[in-house]
Design a binder for this molecule. Sequence first.
Ligand SMILES: Cc1cc2nc3c(=O)[nH]c(=O)nc-3n(C[C@H](O)[C@H](O)[C@H](O)COP(=O)(O)OP(=O)(O)OC[C@H]3O[C@@H](n4cnc5c(N)ncnc54)[C@H](O)[C@@H]3O)c2cc1C
Ligand code: FES
Length: 320
Amino acid sequence: MIHYDQETYKPEQNESVLDCLLRHGIAPPHSCRSGICQTCMMRAVKGNPTPVSQKGLKETLISQNYFLACSCIPQEDMEIALPDTQLFRKTTKVIDKALLSPNVLRLRLAAPDDYRYFAGQHTAIFKNKFLGRSYSLASVPGIDHFLEFHIRLLPDGQVSQWLQHEVHAGYSITISEPIGNCIYLDRYLERPLALIATGTGLAPLIGIARDALHKGHQGEIRIYHGVRTRHDLYLHDTLLKLSEQHSNVRYIPCVSRESVALPFHKGRANEIALNDIGNFAGWCVYLCGNPDMVNTTKRSVFLAGASLQDIHADAFIHSP
Ligand SMILES: Cc1cc2nc3c(=O)[nH]c(=O)nc-3n(C[C@H](O)[C@H](O)[C@H](O)COP(=O)(O)OP(=O)(O)OC[C@H]3O[C@@H](n4cnc5c(N)ncnc54)[C@H](O)[C@@H]3O)c2cc1C
Ligand code: FES
């Protein structure tokens, strides 16, 4: 049984805590429902969360019985509660908003004093106590004094439409602690990096590229940005400039749905990268954006020689 907010709910066989609550009309915060975004974090007041539902959580949270409701199939009676938001949510101010393309909004927030993150991590942006969505950090600590996000504007998007229409400079906004392991590693200094993104999957990867260069990266950096039309190449000029400034950076804009001539490449970013590089032995690979692209490319680059420990990925899984 699950005891929550003075009520008791009976989960079905193999049903997660989150699915059980949703089936009973209770909607705690949640987004990806895949154990990635951590917006569904809850605390077990009584009973033990399963180890799998604590995967990826910090030790301090695990020791306080925090767990992810979407990946917890209860093995015993549990009394659960919403988390103490003071612990891992921060309130900060919007500094600036700008459209990078008709479908991509750049959002800059003031970096809270004690906000320690790595370029490439992601955080949840909350519209209210119950509704949050994951967004990747495009900024780089030590270089940027703000937190930057690239938000894809979805026509029915609850959070993206709110950010576009209701949130303005000076607005107070709540974000979660930074999460994730898709980050640059110092041991990669001399190694070639393949950064493959679709759409706003470029956000974490531009952060990782700038972070690597800031740390004196010596190896080659190839940035493949896959989009449907040229107008979706929302950082085209920035990336061209980066490749002009750094002889080890190559930018490959990939357009899948319209005819293009060089310097644009016709096709999907992952397929172009696979053809271009061929043998991935020794390469460090970063994949972000469309979940299908991320999952198929992980497998393909592994089969093409990349070592599993050198493949880093964030699939932008969205709410169903
Ligand atoms: C780790 C991680 C990092 C992410 N980083 C970013 C980022 O940096 N920038 C960014 O723009 N997004 C990012 N996302 C994806 C983002 O969290 C979702 O797209 C989010 O659901 C959009 O919220 P919304 O409230 O605007 O739309 P919702 O209200 O959640 O969705 C509205 C409708 O659009 C559909 N939908 C939602 N997202 C998508 C999508 N990506 N493709 C197609 N249909 C969709 C939904 O199923 C729904 O029908 C990330 C996701 C994860 C898991
Ligand atoms: S981790 Fe549970 S909803 Fe994303």
